[in-house]
Design a protein around this ligand. Sequence first.
Ligand SMILES: Nc1ncnc2c1ncn2[C@@H]1O[C@H](COP(=O)(O)OP(=O)(O)O)[C@@H](O)[C@H]1O
Ligand SMILES: [Mg+2]
Length: 470
Amino acid sequence: MTTSSLATIRPRERDSLLQSLRAGVVPRLGQQHVQVGRANEVQALLSDISRINDGGSGSRFIIGDYGSGKTFFLHVVRSIALQQKLVTIHADLSPDRRLHATGGQARSLYAELMRNMSTRAKPDGGAMSSVVERFVTQALTESRTSGEAVEDIIRRNLNELSELTGGYDFAEVITKYWQGHDSGNEQLKSDAVRWLRGEFTTRTDARIALGVRTIVDDANFYDQLKLLARFVRLAGFGGILICLDEMVNLYKLANSQARNSNYEQILRILNDSTQGSASGLGFIFGGTPDFLLDPRRGLYSYAALQSRLEENSYAVDGLVDYSGPVLRLASLTPEDFYVLLTKLRHVQAAGDESAYLISDEGIAEYMNHCAERIGDAYFRTPRNTIKGFLDLLAVLEQNPEQRWQDLLSGVTLERESNPDLAPLELPDHGGESAARNVAVPPATGSAGVQTQIPNPPNDAGDDDLSVFKL
Ligand SMILES: Nc1ncnc2c1ncn2[C@@H]1O[C@H](COP(=O)(O)OP(=O)(O)O)[C@@H](O)[C@H]1O
Ligand SMILES: [Mg+2]
């Protein structure tokens, strides 16, 4: 199998891929080197991305079981979006980060999204200043040819924002950034960026620093994202793709009113994107089947969402429909997993086939070993089996006298436990769900522990979209 044998792998990409996967974390960059399957799903998202680039919008729900590859898929789509000149922002939902809240949790989600703002040139986040800078630079260039004052150009360009809620203050803050730029006032520039990133916590501070009366808070969370989408288009990008993972955290909210307010926010987003009233704005949500389908706590518990998200009733018996808002991710197959291991071998060898540490036969043996130890889980929830394989390769690399045949039986594997199955706090329907949780497997060793590995700085611009296998 030589699926990925043509791909060249840069040393830094190799190291960060291996480091992430060995730590059980989905890689942020370079996923194309290990990606398998999902051709139709990627195709569907490519068309969303081009619609967003054309000033349109779109929302997708990526639904799959624990370990089926949702997070991986979101990162793949995010990488493609960056290549296609979108700005991306991403965050995991958590009890402290929600789409709707009254205690600061929506602002906190917003701030997390802003920290992760990325562009092709800054794929690791922290791109807000460079986006604003780019907007200002364009106005400067225009001013040089037309002779018009920069501030006038900026105000005119931002004029279209004033029709949107919060647009006036948004434009005011960008103008302040320009004034800081013009007068060498770094403090003013950084205050403007801090405001845009949702980092002001009181109106008083914002008024003193920037002369505006509002701040980004829970109540204007979504309006602010719409403004941002327009703004990045004015700065020369195609739009914004917003990736929200771990949506199951909304399903876990014990308070039904809090849950419903969040679902109402999702409905607003979905309506805006189908009616085309959000420009250059796309959402992808990653969540488990429970989050979508559960009639008491899932999106289906909210009637208006259920009717919009219900699957195409003709898409049964092997027929598929990739045009609806819900994309179901099937588990990877053993064939996919085999290809995945060949790709890992290739990455580990930095793209040099003569440096492969294990034969095709060895890969097949490794799969057998996994199947004996943990059954189907080895390809269905492959985080630990990927890690185990890379650990094996690492030992082979550092101990050239060792043969894989001798090491294989010593590879220990643990079945993954799904952290979402931990008991919920259930004032509403305690009995029923408590019963469902009886079958929870005990938490095992390292499974489920997420270590965030900082990404190495990335040299921009030379990532090649053509290496994405479609
Ligand atoms: N299409 C894919 N190609 C290659 N590896 C994948 C793919 N999908 C998932 N993986 C790997 O499988 C593991 C589990 O995927 P993950 O995205 O964390 O699942 P989920 O978010 O659904 O729980 C990760 O190690 C990830 O790198
Ligand atoms: Mg995940």
